[in-house]
Design a protein around this ligand. Structure first.
Ligand SMILES: [Zn+2]
Length: 354
């Protein structure tokens, strides 16, 4: 597999790392007390890794709030996850269950949970599924919300670059799309702009149940959201450099990130992230790449794919690995989400400034 060594060199977990002091300084600015063990009064369980690392960082200064992760950190998208007896015991002890929502956690029987369920992406709108973005049109609207009218504050769209129009609302409910490949794309967590909105929702919801912490939660959420919005602005600033070029994605978990840049998405190699693409599908990609080579194949840095390696070798289209933050290390340091998105952004900046 050919990879962009220059643009991957800043990737967390890559062979080369950012200067350690700069990382430490950045973490201390935003996360002064994270990681200190404490006994919590409000027990919070986040179902998935991305929501967990965001919630943990929002609550890191609040001694009365304890945040745990349910699905193991390295699992990735939980589309096929089956809760273990230990998971169920952890849920039984929790006061609050944080979900992204929009069907990402459809493996959970949420009605069995006795505490409060919060969908942290409830104020966001998902993008259509990859079937609707494969034409490379990055100026489309969004899947309609299945819920009633809500106020939006400008941060409500998980994906951007759309025109003023919207698709007619889908008839489906938000919880019928457990596999991420229905009418809309469930990987909202992979958008820094969406994550900015999520941390603010997390602060408000945890603050309701731990009022003494509310101001601390809000302050920390504002810091994190500010950094995420800066990253989103940098991604959008790349749009004039795209000049009609497109990329192929390993999987549609990268759609939200790529969408911000305006790069056209020419196709998604793995329809199902838990299974390799069919021979017929690979053949079709081979053909389309020969006719019109994409700028890069964008791969999931945490989920190596033989199909991606093969297509890259055959087509001589390099691979650029990005991290949608679906998974990560169990001991991910404070600031993980922001740092990974910053590295993704720098990789895309390097690519488009070439
Ligand atoms: Zn997924």
């Amino acid at each position: 597999m050919r990879t962009d060594a220059a643009v991957n060199s800043n990737f967390p977990g890559g062979t080369l790392r950012r200067p350690v002091l700069a990382v430490v300084a950045a973490i201390l600015l935003v996360f002064p007390l994270c990681g200190i063990a404490r006994g919590g009064n409000l027990k919070v369980v986040a179902a998935t890794f991305p929501v967990y690392v965001l919630a943990r960082d929002v609550a890191c200064d609040c001694k009365g709030i304890e945040v745990e992760l349910l699905v193991p950190a390295g699992t990735g998208c939980p589309h096929e996850y089956a809760p273990t007896p230990a998971d169920l015991r952890r849920l039984a002890r929790a006061d609050v269950l944080l979900l992204q929502g929009w069907g990402l956690e459809s493996f959970l029987e949420r009605d069995a949970f006795k505490g409060t369920v919060v969908e942290v992406a409830r104020d966001l709108r998902p993008l259509p599924s990859n079937a609707e973005v494969e034409d490379g049109d990055h100026d489309h609207g969004h899947a309609g919300r299945p819920h009633g009218d809500h106020e939006h504050d400008g941060r409500d769209h998980a994906g951007h670059g759309h025109g003023d129009h919207e698709h007619a609302g889908h008839a489906h409910g938000g919880h019928e799309h457990g596999h991420g490949h229905g009418a809309f794309n469930v990987h909202l967590f992979a958008s820094p702009g969406a994550a900015a909105a999520m941390v603010c929702t997390i602060a408000e919801e945890l603050g309701k149940r731990s009022p003494a912490c509310l101001e601390t939660l809000r302050t920390q959420a504002a810091k994190i959201a500010g950094r995420l919005e800066d990253i989103q602005a940098r991604l959008r600033a790349l749009r004039p450099l795209v000049r009609g070029r497109g990329v192929l994605l390993q999987h549609d978990s990268l759609t939200y990130l790529v969408h911000e840049t305006g790069l056209a998405i020419r196709g998604v190699i793995q329809e199902n992230e838990d299974a390799p693409p069919s021979a017929a599908r690979l053949l079709a990609f081979r053909e389309s790449m020969r006719r019109r080579p994409p700028l890069r194949i964008l791969a999931d840095a945490r989920s190596p794919s033989k199909a991606v390696a093969t297509l890259s070798a055959e087509s001589r289209v390099p691979v650029l690995a990005l991290d949608p933050v679906a998974a990560g290390p169990a001991d991910a340091p404070a600031g993980w989400y922001v740092d990974v998105m910053d590295a993704n952004c720098r990789a895309l900046e390097a690519l488009l400034h070439e």
